[in-house]
Design a protein around this ligand. Structure first.
Ligand SMILES: [Zn+2]
Length: 329
């Protein structure tokens, strides 16, 4: 089962605090998935969903709020898509119009409304319920293992904006994009998705999401650390190899005896221990030398090797440096 379905199944079990919240949630479900049919005498409101739990919720909200029994039909789809479609059908006789008015589908004059009826979302509890209904009716959320993405898809630009605005009341920076003839309200940031799951009351989904997210972040952090350490290690190995090369060059040209005693000691220690750290090298010396002292001497050796490379084999010219004993005299 996808993370989206698990989340919706959880939300389908969340019941609004008061009647006002239940009405807001049902209004959202009807606006997302509802259609009015008026063929012959069989005027009806249908709410169509792929999610069985959402269909059950629509059924029980109608019963709870208006005391009406809706019919639930299952359309099995076999060819293109495997999911069944659940159709909740409310015949529109008698009090039908009043129900549609209360749900904000019709205005006071019996005309279809374009946007969200503000009365439905006056209270904070109702705004949460409305968003829950909107998500149940047309939302989906990626598993946190993949890219962070949550969306609510609607056919109405106006409704997309309404949803966006409601989410904004909770500090969520949702955006609207178009996809063919659809309007997609979406969130891309993991923190915002977590907040939204919380606002709707999907607490189990929220915990699952957080666990995966934390695990993912830790894994990335560990990878970064490992990469960083590997990079440092490579740098150290490269430096040591260069030092050994320098010392070998000096040994084969002017000879290590031509170096001052301090430099000679470090040169010998490095040749014998190519994998020792600077600190370790310092501890091998007599008297001991700190890390920066060792580093300083190795740099002097590098300068000498550099001069040797620059001047070729005329080592007599090198004996004047203060690091070298004047062996040729
Ligand atoms: Zn409420």
């Amino acid at each position: 089962m996808s993370f989206s379905t698990v989340t919706k199944n959880e939300l389908a079990r969340v019941v609004g605090k008061d009647q006002c919240c239940k009405l807001a949630e049902l209004a959202a479900l009807v606006r997302m998935d509802g259609a009015l049919h008026s063929e012959r005498q069989k005027a009806a409101l249908t709410v169509v969903t792929e999610n069985a739990a959402a269909a059950r919720k629509v059924f029980s909200l109608f019963k709870d709020l208006f005391g009406v029994h809706t019919q639930v039909l299952v359309q099995r789809r076999t060819r293109l898509r495997k999911n069944n479609l659940y159709v909740v059908r409310l015949p529109l006789a008698g009090e039908g119009e009043e129900i549609l008015e209360r749900l904000g589908v019709l205005d006071g004059q019996g005309r279809l409304t374009a946007g969200l009826k503000e009365e439905l979302v006056r209270r904070d509890c109702c705004r949460r319920a409305y968003l829950r209904g909107a998500f149940l009716g047309g939302g989906s959320v990626n598993s946190p293992e993949g890219t962070y993405h949550l969306e609510i898809v609607t056919t109405s630009r106006r409704h997309a904006r309404d949803i966006c605005r409601l989410m904004g009341r909770f500090g969520l920076g949702a955006r609207v994009a178009t996809r063919k003839n659809w309007y997609v309200v979406y969130l891309k940031e993991s923190e915002q998705i977590v907040d939204f799951l919380n606002i709707m009351g999907a607490h189990t989904a929220l915990l699952d999401f957080e666990n995966v997210r934390i695990y993912k972040e830790m894994r990335n952090q560990v990878n970064r650390l490992v990469n960083c350490e590997t990079a440092n290690l490579n740098k150290t190995v490269d430096a040591s190899m260069r030092q050994v090369e320098n010392i070998r060059l000096i040994a084969s040209t002017v000879g290590l005896d031509g170096l001052s005693p301090g430099l000679k000691q470090v040169a010998e220690a490095r040749l014998n221990h190519p994998d020792a750290s600077l600190r370790e090298l310092g501890e091998m010396l007599e008297p001991r030398v700190g890390k920066s002292g060792v580093n300083h001497r190795l740099r002097r050796l590098e300068e000498i090797a550099g001069r040797i490379r620059a001047r070729g084999n005329r080592d007599s010219h090198l004996t004047s440096g203060k690091d070298l004993r004047p062996v040729m005299k």
